[in-house]
Design a binder for this molecule. Structure first.
Ligand code: FE2
Length: 366
């Protein structure tokens, strides 16, 4: 699709909001381990009576951690069902009212009718639609807002400001959906949001002995927003997607890929701060250069850290995956550095999924 007939122009990811059991501690973890900085806060002290939200930022990455202050409400129920989870993938738009009209008129279910929020720093308009599971896309129009985050939030000054880890922006967010549901959600993104399917992986591309899945990558018109959608496929034993669906109790966000310009420095820092990554066998590196050709990086630190490399027609990419960042085997993060490649590391799937299977087996879920 060319930009001319893109009925939903997106400027990128505005923020990711997590519903969590303890937002104060979650924000502390993402500051400490991932290098986010305190940005804004909303809660009882700012006139919000039923929840507390902590906003942290690193370069163009903004995460919100929200917790309910009592039981018996939508947020508490979400956490009871899904555990700590990604609730909102918020997208930056020029016109949140038009975004809502364009998508809901094409069949998207409304989550939030357009609302205007104001304070002395200006006005911000937001609207929202439902996507897979209990996950939501909000459209955020902030061109007339000059405040620190959005009306209702105050600046969060902290005297604890750990150094950043070089994480820059959201590269892509992956959703896991149920058996035979992938194409339904592909159609949803095509029909209601004008996305197109830029890559498809079938179960031949990505089945190891056990951990089969299928995946289609959906991209918006300008390529700023990419949502791969996975569904489980039949394998010898339980698919990694099935394990997720069991523990998440339904469809939801599986991983968020965070971009860096220096993956060796970023991953060194993250490991030093206690983030655990999936490890492939060291034999992966034996014929790496033969497989991917010449790369700028020294092999030794990639091997030490467990960073994977893959090449496509346009260049190469370096990537690594964390273990799940919570006790349920659900959400994890990918760290990615693109050097021309626009793909997703298909050449690494087998080694990677075998590493995932070893973890699944350790949990007794294979
Ligand atoms: Fe990914």
């Amino acid at each position: 699709m060319d930009a001319f007939n893109d009925f939903l122009p997106l400027m990128g990811t505005d923020y990711v909001e997590f519903y969590v059991g303890n937002a104060k501690q979650a924000a502390h973890f993402y500051k400490t381990a991932f290098g986010f900085q305190s940005l804004a806060y909303a809660g009882p002290e700012t006139g919000v009576k039923d929840k507390a939200s902590y906003v942290v930022r690193q370069h163009k990455l903004t995460f919100i951690f929200t917790t309910p202050l009592r039981s018996g409400n939508e947020i508490a129920d979400h956490i009871y069902k899904h555990g700590d989870a990604v609730k909102i993938l918020a997208l930056m738009v020029e016109d949140a009212t038009d975004s809502w009209q364009q998508t809901t008129s094409r069949g998207a279910v409304s989550y939030l009718n357009p609302i205007t929020m104001q304070d002395e720093q200006g006005e911000l308009i937001m609207s929202g639609i439902c996507t897979y599971g209990d996950t939501v896309h909000l459209f955020i129009e902030r061109k007339n807002y000059k405040g620190v985050f959005m009306p209702g939030f105050r600046k969060w000054d902290s005297n604890y400001n750990p150094k950043d880890t070089g994480l820059l922006y959201v590269d892509h967010c992956v959703g896991n959906v149920g058996w035979n549901q992938m194409n339904e959600w592909v159609s949803f993104y095509e029909n209601t949001m004008g996305f197109r399917n830029i890559l498809t992986f079938d179960d031949h591309d990505i089945s190891t002995e056990y951990s089969a899945l299928m995946s289609k990558v959906m991209s918006n018109g300008n390529g700023f927003v990419k949502f791969p959608i996975n569904e489980p496929a039949e394998g010898k034993k339980k698919s990694q997607i099935e394990e997720y669906l069991d523990y998440y109790d339904g469809a939801g966000c599986q991983h968020i890929a965070l971009a860096t310009n220096d993956i060796v420095a970023t991953v060194t820092e993250l490991q030093n701060r206690g983030i655990d990554f999936l490890k492939v066998p060291s034999t992966y590196y034996d014929d790496l250069i033969e497989r991917v050709g010449k790369i700028d990086e020294d092999l030794a630190p990639l091997k030490d850290l467990g960073i994977l490399v893959d090449r496509d027609e346009e260049g190469y990419l370096l990537q690594i995956f964390t273990k799940p960042v919570e006790d349920r085997p659900t959400l994890f993060f990918e760290i990615i550095q693109r050097k021309g490649a626009k793909s997703f590391g298909k050449g690494n799937f087998k080694a990677l999924f075998e590493a995932i299977e070893r973890e699944q087996d350790n949990r007794g879920n294979l």
